[in-house]
Ligand binder design. Structure first.
Ligand SMILES: NC(=O)C1=CN([C@@H]2O[C@H](COP(=O)(O)OP(=O)(O)OC[C@H]3O[C@@H](n4cnc5c(N)ncnc54)[C@H](OP(=O)(O)O)[C@@H]3O)[C@@H](O)[C@H]2O)C=CC1
Ligand SMILES: O=C(CO)[C@H](O)[C@H](O)COP(=O)(O)O
Length: 468
C-alpha cells in the first residue's frame, strides 16, 4: 500500500473500493488520470494498487489518503447510501480543508444530499450528489453519470468525468442534471424506470414461459432477436443472456428463488411522485410486485387455496403482440419518469433540462435503449412538452402499439396471470387520454360527506350543495 510522501501526487480520490468504486477508479486510471483509492478493509486498497503496478495509490489510512491528493481536493464516495455515507463523511471531515470538494456517487436519497450540501457547506467544503449508472461493467468501461450542483462545481470535475463516461456518437454521457440534489433525483427516477421495465420483462417471460410453455433457450433467442429491433436496450439484451445461462444441465434462472430484493430507489421514486402529485403507476406497480414476491410462503398457501389459474388461455397472445406491448409500455414508463423529473424540477427549482437527461441516458446506464434517441428528439423539438404522450410522433406510434398492449392485458388478466406493470401502463395511457374521467362523481361524494366543495364546468367558482 501507499506510504506517506511529502508531496501529494494524485488529482482525484475515490473512497469505497467495492464493485463500483474499484471499477470507476481503474477506468479513471486507464484514461490517464492520477488517482488513488481508500477502503476501510486494507486488502481492497492493496489489491487495486498491486493490480495497476502501483499506478493507482491504495490507502486504508484516511489521513494518508487525503494528504496524497492535491489541493483543493476532489474526492468521490462510493459506499452504500444512508448511514455508511454519513459515517464516511464524518471520518473524512477532520482531514479536509476549505475549498475541498466531495462528490457522493452512491444512490443517496435526494433529501440526504440536500442535508449534506448544507452541512458540508458550513465548513467551506463543496459537496455534490451524482448518480452513476451502468453497474460494474459500466463503471469500468463507461458509465452514464448524473451530477447535480452549480456549473462551477461541475466544470471542476467535468474533464475527469468526460474522460471515463460512456460515449454516444462521440458525446460523453454526463452532464449537469440540475442544481443541488438534482443529480441524485434524476438517478432515483432512472432507477424507478429500471424497476418498471424489469417488471415488464419479467411479466413477458411469465406469459411466454409459465403460461405458453416456451423454453428458456428459445426465449433467450427471442429476446436476442428483439434486441436487434425497436426494443434494443440493455435490459432486453441481458434478459437474453440470463435465460441462456446454465447450471449443469438446468437453466440457472429456474433455480433462482422468486423473491425480488431492492435497495430503495424505486420506492423513493414512487414516494416522491405521490408527494408531487405526479402519477407513475408503472413504477408503483413494479415496486409493489417486488414486495408481493417477498411473501412466498403466503403465496404458496394461497395457491393451494385458490388453485392455479387458467394458464392455457393465453395462446392467442402472439410473440409479436408481446414485442409491441413491451415497447408501448417501455415508452409509457419513460413518459411517466420524465414527467416526474419535470415536476420535481419545478417544485425543487433544479432547472433540469429533459433533452439533456434523455441524452445522458442514451448510453452507459441500465435503462439505455434505442428509444431514448427518439425521446431526446421529442423533448428537444418541444422543450415545454408536458408529457411524451402529447408528442405528435409518439401519438402516431402509440396508436399502432396500444392494441397489442390491450390484447396482452385482456388475455393475461382473463387467464389469471399477474401482469401488474402491463395493466398499470395501459391504465395510465387510458386515463391520460380520457378527456372526461369519473372524478366528477368523487367530487360530489366528497362534498356530500365532508362539505369539501366542488368546481363546475358551466360556471366559475367553488360550490357546496345541501345533498338530500
Ligand atoms: N452495484 C451497482 O450496480 C451500483 C451501485 N451504485 C451505488 O454505489 C454505491 C456503492 O455500491 P457498490 O460498489 O455496488 O457496493 P459494494 O457493496 O460492492 O461496496 C461497498 C463499498 O463501501 C464500503 N463500505 C460499506 N460500508 C461502509 C462503511 N460503513 N464505512 C466505510 N466504507 C463502507 C465497502 O467497504 P468494505 O470493503 O470494507 O466492506 C465497499 O468498499 C452504493 O450507494 C450503490 O447504491 C450505483 C450504481 C450501480
Ligand atoms: O443503481 C443501480 C443501477 O442503476 C443499482 O444496480 C441499483 O441499486 C439496483 O437497485 P435495487 O438493488 O433496488 O434493485
Amino acid at each position: 500500500m501507499s506510504e506517506n510522501t511529502n508531496e501529494p501526487q494524485y488529482d482525484f480520490g475515490i473512497m469505497g473500493l467495492g464493485t463500483m468504486g474499484r471499477a470507476l477508479l481503474l477506468n479513471m486510471a486507464d484514461h490517464g488520470n492520477a488517482v488513488c483509492g481508500w477502503n476501510r478493509d486494507p486488502s481492497k486498497a492493496q489489491a487495486v494498487q498491486e493490480e495497476t503496478g502501483g499506478k493507482v495509490g491504495g490507502f486504508s489510512d484516511l489521513g494518508l489518503f487525503v494528504a496524497a491528493i492535491r489541493k483543493p481536493r476532489a474526492i468521490m464516495i462510493l459506499v452504500p447510501a444512508g448511514g455508511p455515507t454519513d459515517g464516511v463523511l464524518q471520518g473524512l471531515h477532520p482531514y479536509l480543508d476549505p475549498g475541498d470538494f466531495v462528490i457522493d456517487g452512491g444512490n443517496a436519497h435526494f433529501k440526504d444530499t440536500e442535508r449534506r450540501i448544507t452541512e458540508m457547506g458550513e465548513f467551506g467544503f463543496g459537496f455534490m450528489g451524482m448518480g452513476v449508472s451502468g453497474g460494474e461493467k459500466g463503471a469500468r468501461y463507461g458509465p452514464s453519470m448524473m451530477p447535480g450542483g452549480t456549473p462551477e462545481q461541475y466544470e471542476r470535475i467535468r474533464p475527469i468525468l468526460e474522460s471515463v463516461a460512456a460515449k454516444y456518437d462521440g458525446e460523453p454521457c454526463v452532464a449537469l442534471m440540475g442544481a443541488r440534489s438534482g443529480g441524485h433525483y434524476v438517478k432515483m427516477v432512472h432507477n424507478g424506470i429500471e424497476y418498471a421495465v424489469m417488471q415488464l420483462i419479467a411479466e413477458t417471460y411469465d406469459i411466454l414461459h409459465r403460461a405458453q410453455g416456451r423454453g428458456n433457450d428459445d426465449l433467450a433467442q427471442m429476446f436476442g432477436r428483439w434486441n436487434q429491433g425497436e426494443l434494443q436496450s440493455f435490459l432486453v439484451e441481458i434478459t437474453s443472456i440470463v435465460l441462456a445461462e446454465k447450471d449443469g444441465d438446468k437453466s440457472l434462472v429456474d433455480l433462482i428463488s422468486d423473491k425480488a430484493k431492492s435497495k430503495g430507489t424505486g420506492k423513493w421514486t414512487s414516494q416522491d411522485a405521490m408527494d408531487l402529485g405526479m402519477p407513475v403507476p408503472s413504477i408503483d406497480a413494479a415496486v409493489n410486485a417486488r414486495e408481493v414476491s417477498g411473501y412466498k410462503g403466503d403465496r404458496e398457501a394461497a395457491e393451494k387455496l385458490y388453485g392455479t389459474p387458467l394458464l392455457g388461455n393465453v395462446s392467442d397472445i402472439a410473440e409479436g403482440d408481446l414485442e409491441k406491448a413491451l415497447l408501448a409500455s417501455m415508452i409509457l414508463c419513460y413518459a411517466q419518469g420524465l414527467a416526474q423529473i419535470r415536476a420535481a424540477s419545478d417544485e425543487y427549482k433544479y432547472g433540469t433540462d429533459l433533452p439533456t437527461v434523455a441524452k445522458v441516458w442514451r448510453a452507459g446506464c441500465i435503462i439505455r435503449s434505442r428509444e431514448l434517441a427518439h425521446i431526446q428528439a421529442a423533448y428537444a423539438n418541444r422543450t415545454d412538452l408536458p408529457n411524451l404522450l402529447l408528442d405528435q410522433d409518439y401519438s402516431r406510434r402509440l396508436h399502432d402499439l396500444i392494441p397489442a398492449l390491450r390484447k396482452v392485458v385482456v388475455s393475461a388478466t382473463a387467464a389469471g396471470i399477474p401482469i401488474p406493470a402491463y395493466a398499470a401502463s395501459l391504465n395510465y395511457f387510458d386515463s391520460y387520454r380520457t378527456g372526461r374521467l369519473p372524478a366528477n362523481l368523487i367530487q360530489a361524494q366528497r362534498d356530500l360527506f365532508g362539505a369539501h366543495t366542488y368546481e363546475r364546468l358551466d360556471k366559475e367558482g367553488s360550490f357546496h350543495t345541501q345533498w338530500e
